[in-house]
Write a protein that binds this ligand. Structure first.
Ligand code: ATP
Length: 410
């Protein structure tokens, strides 16, 4: 498909996301005319428009200084603008949408993974510094609203291909590997063969070691939040991006999974002995870090006791081994190890423990003479007896407690 002019991009913004944003863009257009600056709609916005996808955020590129443009807009509009002076970029924030305004620029990476040195430039420079051809198209907001596609992004969009723009791309910025997997899975696009080879070479050269844990974690979070995480994770493992042996498990479905299980599910596709290494690569928030630690703990408990547990199926022993493990960790284990004998046993155990509801509470135990420090021990006794079917009523529980107290007092 060849497009020379799209008409005023404000029209399609209006039809896609409404008058409010179209008005905001009109203000930007007015300010650009006042300052005699040329402004382009670029990047993901053009890509999504061509693909007919819902517009989320809007990317603009200014030939000149974006900060001057946003200063002009802020004279007339009461909106939140966050400026990044070092990079000459700004984000206009509204409740529903963000408009990223960058100064057209070229970028030089002094070493792999570095933040780039920037020099203000023209539109061509700005498109060439981008990640993939499909993200390197522009539409002028100045008449006659020319469509600019010097890197043939439209051809790749038509063919459904992700293509980098030069062979240093992944070395310069290894986060592009993750971006590539996101786009390939989101749009169900193929990765162009030369881009594939370049990615493999960059990965083999350990390009990822040049980026911080925080950036790596951020990219992984974006992958885990994609609607089609499954296919992005498949790429991630098949390209061996993390340098950890693993096998993609198609039975694990991220799309239907609770958010808090996703990191654990991802880790479970790697070999168990490398779980700790996986964990150390990221800088996780407390909730996800705990989920991973609990999962590693459960795996080592099960590994240490696997054969015994299967042979004996002693529910009391299982309870004592697993009582400290959060339910969500057990769920995660079951989800990640579908159909093994141990999982069937765990499922049985979870079914039994789910049914246990003691009639006595901590206060009842104290009233029956149990010392405060012994409460959890007595509760364990009651739960195990209930699990084994030896007791089932309040009076039977009371009898056990009385026996316990007397036994202790003897
Ligand atoms: P998404 O829908 O995932 O947000 P997007 O294309 O809008 O996609 P952004 O991260 O918002 O992605 O980036 C906006 C544009 O900036 C991209 O389309 C791309 O042209 C450029 N860009 C972003 N990150 C990089 C990068 N790491 N290297 C090169 N160009 C990038």
């Amino acid at each position: 498909m060849e497009i020379r002019s799209t008409g005023n991009p404000i029209h399609w913004v209006r039809t896609q996301i409404g008058d409010k944003y179209a008005e905001l863009l009109s203000e930007i257009q007015r300010a650009a005319i006042t300052l005699d600056l040329e402004v382009f709609v670029v990047g993901g916005t053009v890509r999504d428009w061509v693909l007919g996808k819902e517009l989320k955020d809007i990317d603009l590129s200014v030939i000149g200084d974006a900060l001057v443009l946003v200063d002009e807009i802020s004279k007339t509009l009461d909106i939140t603008i966050v400026k990044y002076k070092k990079f000459h970029t700004a984000t206009i924030k509204t409740a529903e949408i963000e408009i990223d305004v960058v100064s057209a620029r070229s970028e030089i990476y002094n070493y792999g993974g570095a933040l780039p040195e920037i020099t203000l430039g023209n539109l061509n420079d700005d498109l060439r510094r981008r990640d993939f051809s499909i993200n390197a198209m522009a539409i002028s907001m100045n008449t006659p609203y020319e469509f600019m596609d010097p890197l043939k992004g439209m051809t790749d969009l038509d063919k459904g291909i992700i293509r980098i723009l030069h062979d240093q791309s992944f070395i310069d910025d290894p986060t592009r590997l993750f971006r590539m997997f996101r786009y390939a899975s989101r749009f169900d696009f193929a990765i162009e063969s030369e881009t594939c080879r370049t990615a493999e070479t960059a990965i083999a050269e350990n390009c990822l070691t040049t980026i911080s844990k925080e950036r790596l974690t951020h990219e992984m979070v974006l992958i885990l939040n994609e609607p089609n995480t499954d296919s992005a994770v498949k790429y991630l493992i098949e390209f061996d991006v993390l340098g950890i042996p693993g096998v993609y498990n198609p039975l694990i479905l991220f799309s239907t999974m609770k958010q808090e299980l996703k990191w654990v599910a991802l880790m479970s596709m790697y070999e168990k002995k490398y779980y700790e290494m996986f964990f150390q690569k990221f800088s996780l928030d407390r909730q996800n870090a705990n989920a991973i630690k609990e999962f590693i703990n459960l795996c080592s408990i099960l590994d240490d006791n696997d054969a015994d547990l299967l042979n004996e199926m002693d529910i009391g022993r299982m309870y004592l081994l697993l009582k400290g493990i959060p339910r969500i960790t057990l769920d995660a284990y079951v989800m990640c190890n579908i159909n093994t004998d141990l999982v069937k046993l765990l499922q049985q155990y979870m079914m039994y423990t789910d049914r246990v509801k003691l009639n006595l509470n901590g206060m009842d135990l104290i009233n029956l003479g149990v010392d405060k420090n012994q409460i959890s021990e007595v509760i364990d006794v009651l739960i195990i007896k209930t699990l084994k079917g030896e007791i089932s009523s309040k009076s039977e529980e009371e009898l056990i407690v009385v026996q316990y107290v007397n036994g202790l007092n003897d």
